[in-house]
Design a protein around this ligand. Sequence first.
Ligand code: SF4
Length: 483
Amino acid sequence: MVQKSPLPSTPASGLSKCLVQHHPKHYCGVFGIHGHPNAAELTYYGLYALQHRGQESAGIVTTDGKTFNIHRGMGLVPQVFNSDVLHRLVGHTGIGHTRYSTTGSSNIVNAQPLTVDCAKGRIAIGHNGNLTNAAQLREELEASGSIFQTTVDSEIILHLLAQPARDGHESAGARDPHGFRPLALGRMDNGAFVLASETCAFDLIQAKYVRDIEPGEIVIINSEGVHSIQAFPTPRREAFCVFEYVYFARPDSNIANRNVYKVRVEMGRQLAREHKIQADVIVPVPDSGNCAALGYSLESGIPFEMAFVRNHYVGRSFLQPSQFIRDFNVRVKLNLIADLVRGKSVVIVDDSIVRGTTSKARVTSLKEAGAKEVHVLVSCPPHINPCVYGIDFPERSKLMAATNTHDEIRRFLNADSLGYLSLDGMVAATGRPKNAFCLACYDGNYPVDYDPATDKHIIERRRSRAGALTSELEASLRQPRLL
Ligand code: SF4
């Protein structure tokens, strides 16, 4: 999402660190609004609704058409902004960003939106996803004189945009040609247009959903309205990230006119059709397993109980990691109501098993509470490949299903049985065709080629390699010459 305007600014700071992370992390949430007197406040609430997509840093840039006002900081949206800050963010146009780092470290320099001054004025950008050829693009731009301030791939887009800058004060939203990440257009009562990663952001600010931005589409919003350009006249293979439906998107969002909650319930129903288990109770791992567990219960007729109670106020752990502390960290988020499971055969439903440690802890606590049997079901297929498109799925060696057999995983979890939703079952639950999705972390078919060296620190590594070479050269020049 891009905002252009003629030029100044104010930076900012804050601090926070995430705690125990049991699921793959997301990358970012983006939000933009054009033509509203309360642009900063509405962007703030938009980011609030998109907090689940990134919790490391947040930022807002607003403009009145003449100046840019910027505030970025580390931490959650309410930690980064307060009323004084929002008051300073004047202007009727704004973009905002919540970030989890997928390329570039988590630090304030890499917090977005990013801004750049160019010949035609100033540009701000908030970006969600990964550039799979970031290192190559950056090398080309640096060779032609671009100077980078951060190590995030998003800055590359800024430099690309700065080259053929258009005149005028406008906002733009663009979706990649394969449509990996969601982006939707909405409208406020006063006519202002809004763009957001997910439609749940529209609900909070009472904007009406207009439509999804198409893969490869660029929408330019200015005083004349919305102008749409299809940047890739030859359609590319669509590759929407299916894991958005499984886990990442909020259940109150709609993607491609499908409600995420309903899709997850359908995944649970499908799981029940594929794995018939004689159990007494279905228990979700909250919150990610809630909808699928409900679906399993509805389809099977087995009662549903919220036996795990989530502590929503778990903060950062300041204690040094040790096995004792790690065990504590796994338990601190969820507490079990033992009465609901004692002496029963229990099915627990979760959305994924990545490293397996948290699932094992859930099984252990159920058995310690007296559950007779514990069956683990997962509402998607096993993850056996890393993601290179913006989700922090680790390398293969750290993915439990990539390095262990089905029965080894079951034994590691100490579960009586283990079942995954099939690939076809997962896709069928979305109601969309298989070729509309990226399924690479499940089936290894990567829809877009990528640099195998790509990981989140690639640009930093390049920079430190370049630094090391320069120091080596300087050191060699300092050597006394013999001849
Ligand atoms: S590899 Fe998996 S997580 Fe990554 S974009 Fe594809 S489906 Fe989504």
